[in-house]
Write a protein that binds this ligand. Structure first.
Ligand code: ADP
Ligand code: MG
Length: 645
């Protein structure tokens, strides 16, 4: 670790504090790729690398589809096979540490498939220390210097160390404590109540806590079949500081050092049993990480941080308040090829994420710094997702210095009906993956236009509803007689009409029910069963028929059907496992299967493609489609204004 100490000395001057209270600057997530040398004996002798560095920022990789071509990637930095631990630390990680001294958050994430060098990069070995020991040495040294007697600020450094394993948050410093919850305080800071926090004044203190905790993880690894590569390890270092004189300002900066679980595609490795279950959880959280990155890239109004523990924890590290660097580790061996391409694609998406760092400040009289486990410094103004807002309704209002810019509050002077409709429309746009601004945060003029469109739609629906009532009244006055004549019994629920009522081909107008039935009874060759048991049998054999018939019976306008299908497809293609469970007939297992399939094959072209997912049968797809379309239609009808009062 002498090298680390040297690095600290050489660059310490750059870390000195600049205590300016400027507006938060916009910082991009910086992305580096590190290619490790050949380490697998069998392959190093007879294999050539499929990746090659071009310069200090770019690399190329063979194109699996066309051997004449290569795929080129550019990043903030590229570290080749000969790069050292010192190179990557000094060039890429050391520069972000100074932000901690200004009360800002920083994070370092190592991403990549198992065996590509994440742990080597983060932890290293006693001879070749990685980012964690080097960063800790520098930070501790810096706080000692800055916080020396007679200097204006006093410092306290503490550490927590946790692991996210199968969506459980486990405290590595107190392994018996079980799954912990992740919470967000009223200012948007992420906290884990109950997580052990150890004060550290020296590197020896750090090692005393960190080494046994790492062994906890390693013991688990042997027992549970390389558990360490299947969990996310998160080291959290907090730098708290307090002014020694009035106004006793306080600041807190958090540094996350994260060794992510292997990003390899576990279906290709043929994992089974526990391994497959684990990979489901890992893939789901890494998949959500990708989605979070995409949402941030595209400036979408909703960022799905809450869809996995990992992203929830990283909420203030990605796209939030942190200075983040991501190191994608890749390996040169050919059998890593597909995972390498996936990692490079992930990394090049992350490159465009914008973070907005700010200083975490508060004022408090002296004497509290040491005892306080989690401080709640006011947080700068930050756009919040609708989801977050819903979850925080129980929080008291923030102090006037950090107003909560709640769109809901701005809307509070609109009537509840208008609010509800705007929220509904917002949700619909969101579920369609709208790339525009959420209605609740759109400027007034756009909002007025949207409200107008909403009114027009409402009156159209109203017109259709009246027409329907009229037709229904007509039908009721005629139908009992007809049925009595046909069956010789009082009116029964109508039998399902046959396939003559088109579902995909739009109807230009709403066809009166009796007309459909007349057409179908006269033209259809399908036998319409009268008995309930026969009807059930037909429904089972031809669920699509049953659906068509039901929809025709409900007089569902074709645009609603098209909309419903589009909505289901959108959700199938963009929903997280958790969101997918909002669909009818999709439980946890099926949601995981869908997410997994999508990762491997890309988006579904149509809803029926769901049948291609292993574990979902054609019959289940038909039932799924029927249930979801009906639920959508029911939702639309129940959202209609009531006119029968
Ligand atoms: P991961 O954590 O991604 O699963 P590891 O860090 O355990 O991968 O690395 C796999 C193997 O490769 C280890 O034996 C490690 O020592 C070695 N290794 C990784 N990166 C390098 C590197 N840059 N130089 C030398 N050896 C490396
Ligand atoms: Mg590892």
């Amino acid at each position: 670790m002498a090298a680390a100490a040297h690095a600290a000395g050489a660059t310490r001057s750059q870390l000195s504090k600049g205590r300016t209270n400027r507006r938060p600057a916009v910082a991009r997530v910086r992305v580096a790729v590190r290619l490790r040398p050949f380490v697998e004996e069998a392959s190093s002798t007879n294999e050539s690398s499929c990746v090659r560095g071009l310069d200090s920022c770019s690399l190329e990789i063979a194109n699996g589809r066309n051997s004449q071509e290569t795929l080129k990637y550019q990043f903030d930095a590229f570290y080749g096979e000969t790069s050292t631990q010192q190179d990557i630390y000094v060039g890429f990680v050391h520069p972000i540490l100074r932000h901690l001294m200004n009360g800002q958050n920083a994070s370092v994430l190592a991403y990549g498939p198992t065996g590509a060098g994440k742990t080597y990069t983060m932890l290293g070995s006693p001879e070749q220390p990685g980012i964690i020991p080097r960063a800790l040495k520098d930070l501790l040294q810096l706080t000692r210097e800055e916080g020396a007697e007679g200097r204006p600020w006093a410092f306290a450094v503490s550490m927590s160390y946790l692991e996210i394993y199968q969506e459980k948050v486990l405290d590595l410093l107190a392994p018996a404590s079980g799954d912990l919850v992740i919470r967000e305080d009223r200012w948007g800071n992420i906290l884990i109540p109950g997580l052990t926090q150890k004060p550290i004044a020296s590197f020896t203190d750090f090692e005393q806590h960190f080494l046994p905790a790492s062994r906890n993880r390693t013991v688990g690894a042997t027992r549970l079949n390389q558990r360490s590569s299947r969990s996310h390890a998160v080291l959290l270092v907090k730098v708290e500081q307090r002014q020694r004189t009035a106004p006793f300002q306080q600041q807190e900066g958090k540094l996350y050092l994260i060794d992510l679980a292997g990003s390899e595609d576990n279906r290709r490795t043929g994992n089974q049993g526990l391994r497959l279950k684990e990979s489901g959880a890992i893939n789901a959280s890494l998949f959500v990480l990708g989605k979070v990155v995409d949402a941030l890239n595209q400036g979408l109004p909703r960022v799905p941080y809450r869809d996995s523990k990992l992203t929830r924890l990283l909420q203030d590290s990605l796209g939030g308040s942190a200075h983040s660097v991501l190191i994608a580790n890749i390996a040169p061996e050919r059998h890593f090829y597909l995972d390498t391409v996936t990692s490079l694609n992930f990394a090049s998406r992350s490159k465009e994420v914008i973070n907005r760092p700010f200083t975490h400040k508060s004022f408090q009289p002296p004497g509290k710094l040491a005892q306080k486990e989690f401080m709640d410094p006011p947080k700068a103004k930050r756009a919040r997702s609708q989801e977050e807002l819903e979850d925080r309704t129980d929080s008291p209002d923030p102090p006037p210095s950090c107003p909560k810019h709640s769109p809901l509050k701005q809307l509070s002077n609109l009537g509840p009906a208008v609010q509800e409709r705007l929220l509904n429309l917002d949700r619909i746009l969101e579920s369609r993956g709208s790339q525009g601004t959420s209605i609740l945060s759109t400027p007034r003029r756009e909002r007025t236009a949207l409200e107008k469109a909403l009114k027009e739609k409402d009156s159209e629906i109203q017109r259709l509803k009246e027409k329907y009532k009229e037709l229904e009244a007509n039908r009721l006055s005629q139908r009992p007689k007809e049925l009595e004549e046909e069956n010789g019994s009082p009116a029964l629920p109508c039998p399902f009409p046959s396939q003559r009522v088109p579902m995909t081909k739009p109807l230009n107008r709403v066809v009166p029910l009796q007309l459909i039935q007349e057409q179908t009874t006269s033209e259809s060759k399908t036998h319409v069963p009268k008995k309930e048991s026969q009807k059930r049998k037909l429904q089972q054999e031809e669920p699509a028929e049953g659906l068509r018939a039901t929809l025709a019976l409900l007089q569902v306008p074709p645009h609603l059907l098209a909309e419903s299908r589009r909505r289901i497809l959108d959700l199938l293609n963009t929903g997280s496992a958790k969101e997918l469970r909002r669909l009818q007939r999709i439980g946890e297992k099926k949601a995981q299967l869908i997410v997994g399939w999508r990762e491997l094959h890309g988006p579904f072209a149509e809803v029926e493609d769901l049948g291609q997912v292993e574990g979902i049968s054609e019959k289940q797809v038909a039932t799924f489609l029927k249930a979801n379309i009906l639920s959508f239609v029911a939702e639309c009808f129940s959202a209609l204004p009531r006119t029968d009062a």
